[in-house]
Write a protein that binds this ligand. Structure first.
Ligand code: PAF
Length: 281
């Protein structure tokens, strides 16, 4: 069956009525294999599978790339057809925000104003608001989010728990190119030289994880030494790092015990492109 492309809330609600196991993949379009993997996982958890494509102005700062963010609806629909997505929900801005979105969901500062939120103030308010709204519209039983956006995933999980939303959040592993670069819509901004350099980010995180485990002890001096060394390595190769940070997986706070499940997260600019990545270890 060809994928059905729906632009309005009314049509979507009609199409989904009587479907108690809708599986949902929210995206901003310009899809790559990582998104298609989310759709594949969604199929394992329910159906019909709905993928939304909406570039959400609320999560972009005025200085960010909202206007130049690639809008590629027809090729996205073709790709979604290949992975048997059932419905593409692609509302225009006026459909999703018929009036200025005065009601917003503000996640708590301790999870939203660190790491990505520190570099991008208001980002997680924009994400939480649109995801909450999309959940209200789609009413999925399950929604799939990639670990590539690790902090986003953690915040969505908290939102769902604290707001008692009846949706199961499924986390999907990051899809990587053969050279290790995490797939991202923003990779398309990279020049050929930058693309060749970009896998260093993932390599730095891998090296840091190995060094930290080899050190065997988690104490703040060792952590910040390794984080600083990783940032220096990136700088030496032309990057402008925002952060490299080792955190506890469960709440992204600074770890204190050696047996905690950890993740190292990083964001760095390569030329005009800001890339993020993370590694659980
Ligand atoms: O991860 C994204 O693409 C976006 O932040 C999301 C979840 C679709 C909300 O706009």
């Amino acid at each position: 069956m060809p994928v059905r492309v729906i632009h309005t809330l009314a049509e979507l609600r009609a199409a989904l009525s009587g479907h108690p196991r809708t599986a949902f993949v929210p995206t901003m379009g310009n899809l790559h294999q990582g998104h298609l993997d989310l759709v594949r996982i969604a199929h394992e958890h329910g159906g019909p599978v709905v993928t939304s494509i909406f570039v959400n102005r609320l999560q972009f700062a005025p200085t960010e790339d909202f206007d130049r963010y690639p809008r590629t609806l027809s090729s996205d629909v073709e790709a979604l057809e290949r992975v048997r997505c059932d419905i593409v929900f692609a509302p225009d801005e006026h459909e999703l925000y018929p009036e200025p979105q005065g009601f917003k969901l503000h996640p708590p500062a301790e999870i939203a104003d660190i790491l990505e939120g520190r570099s991008r103030p208001g980002f997680f308010t924009g994400v939480s608001t649109v995801v909450h709204k999309l959940f209200n519209i789609v009413q999925p039983a399950v929604a799939v989010f990639g670990k590539k956006d690790y902090q986003q995933l953690m915040i969505i999980r908290r939102m769902v728990a604290q707001m008692a939303l009846p949706v199961e959040i499924v986390a999907a592993e990051t899809t990587r190119a053969a050279d290790g670069l995490a797939l991202s819509s923003r990779n398309g901004y990279l020049s050929p030289t930058e693309r060749a350099e970009a896998p260093r980010l993932a390599r730095c995180l891998g090296q840091l994880a190995v060094s930290l485990r080899a050190a065997g002890r988690i104490h703040s001096a060792a952590l910040s030494e390794l984080e600083t060394a990783a940032m220096r390595e990136l700088e030496q190769h032309g990057w402008a790092p925002d952060y490299v940070a080792v955190r506890r997986r469960r709440d992204l706070l600074i770890p204190s015990a050696p047996d905690e499940a950890l993740v190292v997260l990083a964001a760095a600019r390569l030329g005009a492109t800001r890339l993020i990545d993370n590694l659980e270890f």
